[in-house]
Design a protein around this ligand. Structure first.
Ligand code: F6R
Length: 585
């Protein structure tokens, strides 16, 4: 959620690097930001509310840390923006997470005479460290202070006396970049990519000290560990917009390449998973938001193709459903970031019960990735727009391959996916984009939109509605076509638009009947299909390629959502109130 970037080394432009590093993490969502750098024996600090426009006016320095804040404790004010300082202004702290016992800690510190300048839970940390450094070294002080914090937290601390950065975590992600006699620390590899692809993913209950050298410790005791350096395969170009105006549209255009890669290179990986699924007694797909919609599609794909029953629930609900899990259960977790707390929580509980976990995630080294007994990467490259597009279709493509692998039909899956990639390229041709833009203009004036589908397209109706509502803020509701008559049809009035997903499969006739019912009540029908029906007022053509229409039909709706956001003057990459990676409950 919040972004973190820190640097220690010999470069003297740490303020500018940190500013740039934080800009690279802007996509995670924030409402204020701040940077602290070493300036002689003290810290120089700049904090601001709002977006990171302009530049930074801090003195030259080779050591510092910065943070983009998404407010939890305390309003959006300069005083509440991180970093937070101790009384002597020699120690600065950044923090992600929630310190559950901060009130108790704060009362103790106030009694000891510490002066607080903010309403945040974070500010207890520099004051705690300030107390500890009176009797021990900086690294031990950070360790002892961190051990006092309750809740899931990550802290990054800079100290002027030792000229070092120490970071510890038991929750939110932190990754160290290893350069040439220099170190970076960030909440996300994307921040580090411009400088190095050698990284160390900090595990929960680990602490790292970065100065002239690097030292890794386990918590709570502080035993020394050997850091494991991993190489990131992503490159910096993948994390940039290139010729596109926004990340969202760039990522929509990335999809054919990603799907081709999955079709051509994932056979061995999905074959390996086949055995794991075959041996399990009870398989559950879990994910949040868009990832949950992919899970739901997976349930239909497994039923239709693999003739196998799997179950799903939104990850945030799975906590309340998992009493029946056993050692033989299998949980397949889908996640782009690999850091979604709503997914991590039920996985932690399932692991305690001895259930097996398969992680299918986009971010190497992320918490969910590491939690998997079996792991697979989505291979979608960095996804920076808050609204997930390419990670969604990558998940679908993998589930598609997996369901075909279950019945030894992988080669069929491969050629269908290659056809789907081609169809997406056709959908994204200029003339089709113009048509979608025109439609977006009309739909963006509406107050309510409905999306319907049946079978596997029901999940697409949910996902299409989510995409439109989250970036255009037009209320859009996804429904199973058959559910309309059980209540929601009461909402249809003259001019209400309804997007109808109508692939030419066994749902076609029934969904067209549902469309007719809506039209009879004055609704306007936008049909997404390979075949034009007289019931459609607007037609978005998507050629059928068996069940891959779940992938191809999602693309014009992503584009539609994008243009609707633009039409309404919103930034499609950073929808209000949303963050890219949801690391708090
Ligand atoms: C919607 C969206 C979210 C995420 C959800 C899970 O466009 O992006 O609904 O899908 O927050 O995130 P990950 O996949 O990172 O676990």
């Amino acid at each position: 959620m919040c972004g973190i970037f820190g640097y220690t080394g010999s470069r003297q432009d740490a303020p500018e690097m940190i500013f740039k590093g934080l800009k690279g993490l802007e996509y995670r969502g924030y409402d204020s930001w701040g940077i602290a750098v070493k300036n002689g024996e003290k810290l120089a600090i700049e904090r601001k509310v709002g977006k990171m426009t302009g530049g930074i006016s801090l003195p030259k320095s080779n050591l510092g840390i910065g943070h983009t804040r998404w407010a939890t404790h305390g309003g959006v004010t300069t005083e509440n923006a991180h970093p937070h300082l101790d009384c002597a202004k020699e120690i600065a702290v950044l923090h992600n997470g929630i310190i559950e016992n901060f009130q108790d800690l704060k009362s103790e510190l106030l009694k000891k005479g510490h002066k607080f300048r903010s309403e945040t839970d974070t500010e207890v940390v520099p004051h705690l460290i300030e107390d500890f450094v009176k009797k021990e070294g900086f690294v031990d002080s950070v360790k002892d202070a961190f051990n006092l914090l309750k809740g899931l937290n990550a802290i990054v601390v800079v100290d002027t006396k030792s000229s070092s950065i120490v970071a510890a975590k038991n929750g939110s992600p932190l990754v160290v970049g290893v350069g040439d006699n220099e170190y970076f620390i960030a909440s996300d590899v994307v921040g580090i990519l411009p400088y190095t692809r050698d990284v160390i993913f900090l595990k929960d209950n680990e602490m790292v000290s970065l100065g002239k050298t690097i030292s890794l410790f386990s918590l709570p005791m502080g035993e020394k560990q050997n850091p494991v350096v991993e190489k990131i395969s992503w490159n910096i170009e993948q994390a940039e917009k290139g010729k596109f105006d926004h990340f969202m549209i760039k990522e929509i255009f990335d999809q054919p390449t990603i799907i081709r890669n999955i079709a051509q290179n994932y056979s061995d990986q999905v074959e390996d998973l086949r055995e794991v699924i075959d041996n399990a007694k009870g398989t559950f797909f879990i994910g949040a938001g868009t990832a949950y919609h992919a899970c739901l599609a997976g349930v239909y794909l497994f039923s239709k193709i693999a003739k196998k029953h799997v179950n799903t629930a939104p990850a945030s609900e799975f906590n309340y459903l998992e009493d029946f899990l056993t050692k033989e259960s299998l949980i397949i977790a889908l996640s782009q970031s690999g850091e979604t707390i709503d997914v991590i929580e039920p996985l932690t509980r399932a692991a305690k019960k001895g259930s097996l976990i398969v992680s299918i995630v986009n971010s190497l080294g992320s918490t969910i990735y590491r939690m998997g007994n079996y792991k697979m990467l989505l291979g979608a490259g960095p996804e920076k727009a808050v609204a997930s597009t390419k990670a969604y279709t990558a998940k679908l493509a993998i589930l598609f391959m997996l369901s075909f692998a279950m019945v030894d039909k992988l080669s069929g899956a491969r050629s269908l996916l290659l056809m789907a990639a081609e169809e997406i390229e056709r959908i994204l041709k200029k003339e089709n984009l113009v048509t979608l833009k025109e439609l977006a203009k009309k739909l963006s004036k509406k107050e309510h939109i409905y999306t319907i589908g049946r079978g596997v397209s029901f999940s697409l109706a949910l996902e299409g509605a989510l995409k439109i509502k989250e970036v255009s803020y037009v209320h859009t509701e996804g429904l199973a076509g058959g559910e309309l008559k059980h209540g929601p049809i009461a909402l249809i009035e003259k001019g209400t638009p309804c997007i109808v997903f109508a692939p030419k499969d066994d749902t076609y006739d029934a969904i067209i009947s549902n469309a007719a019912e809506i039209k009879a009540r004055g609704g306007i029908i936008v049909g997404v299909s390979s075949e034009k029906s007289p019931v459609f007022d607007y037609f978005i053509e998507v050629k059928d390629s068996n069940l891959t229409s779940i992938i191809t039909q999602s693309v014009p709706i992503q584009v539609l959502a994008y243009y609707m956001a633009l039409e309404k003057g919103y930034d499609p990459d950073k929808p209000r109130n949303l963050a890219k990676s949801v690391t708090v409950k």
